[in-house]
Design a protein around this ligand. Sequence first.
Ligand code: TXA
Ligand code: MG
Length: 344
Amino acid sequence: MNTLLLGNSIADIKSGAALIKKGGVVAMPTETVYGLSADALKGEAVEKIFKAKGRPMDNPLIVHISDVSDIERFNLVKEFPQKARALAEKFWPGPLTMILKRSDVIPTQVSAGLDTVAIRLPSHTVARVLIRESETVLAAPSANKSGSPSPTTAQHVLDDLDGCIDAVIDGGMCSVGVESTVITLATDTPRLLRPGFITVEQIEEVIGEIEVDDAVLFKLSDDKKAASPGMKYKHYSPKAKVVLVSGGDDAFCAFVNEKYEADKSVGAICYDEDKFELLCKCIPIGKSDDLESQAHLLFDALRQVDELINISTVYARCPQKDGVGMALYNRLIRAAGFEVICLE
Ligand code: TXA
Ligand code: MG
């Protein structure tokens, strides 16, 4: 298959929509990461997404809408509870995904056999115009090969999926950089399943206390069922080994320098301030207190690791577990296969 590279003009977005109407798969920019989209109401089109990504069929997809009214218009859910409406009011369009009880129009490929569906209204104009022009709602996981870091540029998408999808719409680099916050409102107490740019603290200001699923911060034991199937898979990994290192600035740099002295194939994902102290090749992702920059650059950094020649192990700074730091920690701990070295 020849993958078409489209720009973000209206004409280009309409070409993308035409491909989707024919049952094709098109990668689209969103404010979080690039998504690989198909008509969410056509099971056969959705199957092509799984095939292109190499995604396990038991991992459900997020349905993207272009307006809140799409929920009723396409009859997507059994109920749209008050707390969900309050969150939609506050955070949509934006990087929040809500799990609700699904209606029967959702194909089993989208819900992976669950009785719920994940819904998100992205804020990226190109995504919203594409959904609207497709005259449907779009199922879209991140547009990477299953297991690799999520794509934040059209080039990342092509690196993984060129020749496997119909088109990619280039909307530049994604502003947020990590995938949406996922919260379920299908349980008695709302529960966070995946942390993102919209934080627990912000959500609790709107709907009161929520639970945080164990899989967000800890490795699930093999006998436990994941509430969000995506959380159980190894994820975001470059080919080089990633190790998280928790400790202060001086301790981190001294530790990595010592490793580098012993083994020149060591690299680092670090804060801007560290790069002057480190002897090894390093990829800075922002100042130590600039979590937004760190989120924006994290996945690109994980992809860059494999472009650094002769790097076999990369040491990364271990983020704080609150605010946007929770999202960074959640992604990095998976990239690291849950390996953390504590220096104190
Ligand atoms: O920011 C994002 O959310 C991006 C952009 C493209 O919108 N999409 C994305 O999709 O990250 P994906 O498929 O890579 O991640 C969706 C996560 C997975 O962990 C999946 O298991 C979970 O959401 N999920 C989807 N539907 C679910 C459901 N009904 N119940 C529980 N978890 C669900
Ligand atoms: Mg993904």
